[in-house]
Design a protein around this ligand. Sequence first.
Ligand SMILES: [Fe+2]
Length: 130
Amino acid sequence: MTFPTIEWTPALAIGDPAIDRQHQKLFRLAADMVSDRDQVRAMRTLAALSEYVIVHFRDEEKLLEEIGYPELAAHKKLHDDFRARLAKLYANAGGMTLDQIAEEVRLLINEWLTKHIMVVDREYAKYLAK
Ligand SMILES: [Fe+2]
């Protein structure tokens, strides 16, 4: 089974260089995981992705706190949902095939994260500009 490559594009830039770099790294890790046919290496990449999501959300939430973003609580809740889904995937991955894991990563990064950046992160980008 093949999956479309997950790529960050400039259309996803929100204007904070550090956050944009982190978003790029998340897409890169996901693309690496999805395209890897080696189970051990793919699982290692999934672990790296899971850890990096934690780092990224923590940094982003810290930034939103610093700029006094009024929707921080709601934004955090969305991150919580994603953190929970990824943690569940990581916990269940041992009993899944590589294709199943890759499909879930694709859903999480290609669909969820892309939408999140384009819609929800874009909302706080307006505050960054102020
Ligand atoms: Fe976010």
